[in-house]
Design a protein around this ligand. Structure first.
Ligand SMILES: Cc1ncc(COP(=O)(O)O)c(C=O)c1O
Length: 389
């Protein structure tokens, strides 16, 4: 047996579901399902020493057979110390988890690799997704590898490179006027029931792939978790996933405590989570008329997992804040010219959020801070080139 996976459970009502069902979310209360494991049996000895990718943590992942794991090199990304910026902003344990190194250029590779590995395990033939770009690229790549048809719906405003990337990989791409919510509505309308809908958190396995960021951060920090973790939040899977990993590790005794405060960053042109968090709500309402942004991944008017995102922020004594387009552009240049890393605009949003929290002294000088750069900037050149030509 390669995994300790036992069943699926609704995060809200606790109803359990068989692990082999192609169940996508809780039918009773329309909330995400989460994968559960027999954590009492997991020990660090189960880490797969010879693997440096996310499959190193296969005991805590839901795939039952090694033959179904789809490997393109997902995970195993560096945790880079930011000495220069740390010194400028007087924060001496500042680290960047750089997810731009993943296959297809973003952290989406982790979640989609897991979802499509599971789809393969369950003999699914077709998958569909609404995407801001990066998830579409990842789905196209893993579906090509698994011989599964990929149906991709993306907003018209998505940089062209994503459309080309998906089509080269053999996916069927439909562009849709409006936001990712409109793309999702169109996808559901076209689905005759034969496509496995892997919309963020409407199936439970992408979360499991994304949680491996949390396992890696812990291992790279020698099993001592950071004080603060800052994450660019659209659908929120990474934020929820990292927190899930931290809690699993605590339950297994791999870490002795969880000091981490989780931070969600959005743009000021589409900030439903920030608004709900500031108002002390436990769910968010759909954001009307999201503005155009250079950070396409953050233009999410309504996250299906909004309750889980807010629960994560509350449980961790975290924070939610937004940044402007101008701030992201400035942050991108500052970071590149100081640390030599070309951040995705979503990563630049995280950087700007760090500066605000440091200025407010919400982050103290001696605290350890992990910034998530969720993707490669090279796919976003179309969004930022004007400022540099
Ligand atoms: C680069 C990048 N960062 C962040 C996000 C938001 O991710 P999540 O849906 O996990 O909040 C996306 C989503 O498309 C993205 O592409």
């Amino acid at each position: 047996m390669i995994t300790r996976y036992t069943h699926l459970e609704c995060h809200q009502c606790g109803k359990t579901y068989n692990k082999d069902e192609t169940q996508t979310f809780c039918t009773d209360d329309n909330q995400p399902l989460v994968a559960k494991y027999d954590l009492s049996k997991c020990s660090p000895n189960e880490l797969i020493a010879e693997r440096n990718d996310m499959w190193r943590y296969q005991a805590m992942l839901p795939i039952e057979s090694i033959e179904n794991q789809l490997h393109l090199g997902e995970g195993g990304t560096p945790l880079i110390p930011l000495k220069k910026l740390g010194s400028t902003y007087d924060c001496h344990n500042l680290l960047l988890k750089d997810e731009g190194f993943n296959p297809s250029g973003s952290f989406k590779a982790r979640g989609i690799s897991m979802a499509i590995s599971k789809a393969k395990e369950l003999s699914i033939q077709s998958a569909s997704i609404p995407t801001a770009g990066n998830a579409g690229s990842a789905l196209s790549a893993y579906c090509a590898k698994a011989d599964i048809d990929a149906h991709i719906f993306m907003p018209e405003a998505t940089p062209k490179v994503f459309q080309v990337d998906c089509r080269v990989m053999g996916a069927k791409v439909t562009t849709v006027p409006g936001s990712i919510s409109d793309a999702g509505a169109m996808m559901r309308d076209k689905n005759d029931g034969s496509w496995f809908d892997i919309t963020t958190l409407k199936e439970p396995f992408r979360l499991e792939g994304k949680k491996t960021m949390g396992y890696e951060i812990a291992e790279q920090m020698n099993w001592k978790l950071p004080d603060v973790c800052i994450y660019p939040t659209g659908g929120g899977t990474g934020l929820i996933g990292i927190w899930k990993a931290f809690k699993e590790m605590k339950e297994m005794g791999w870490v002795s405590s969880i000091p981490t405060r989780m931070v969600a960053v959005q743009t000021d042109g589409c900030n439903p989570i920030v608004t709900a968090w500031k108002e002390g709500k436990d769910s968010s309402i759909p954001f009307k008329s999201p503005k155009k942004t250079i950070a396409n991944g953050l233009r999410v008017p309504h996250a299906f997992g909004n309750k889980l995102i807010l629960k994560t922020l509350n449980e961790s004594n975290g924070y939610a804040l937004d940044v402007s387009e101008e701030e992201m552009m400035n942050g991108l240049s500052e970071f590149a010219q100081t640390e030599g890393v070309f951040l995705s605009p979503e990563g630049a949003a995280v950087w700007e959020a760090f500066k605000k929290l440091r200025k407010e002294e919400w982050i103290k000088t001696d605290e350890s801070v992990v910034l998530l750069n969720t993707g490669s900037a090279y796919k976003y050149v179309e969004n930022i080139q004007e400022a540099y030509s």
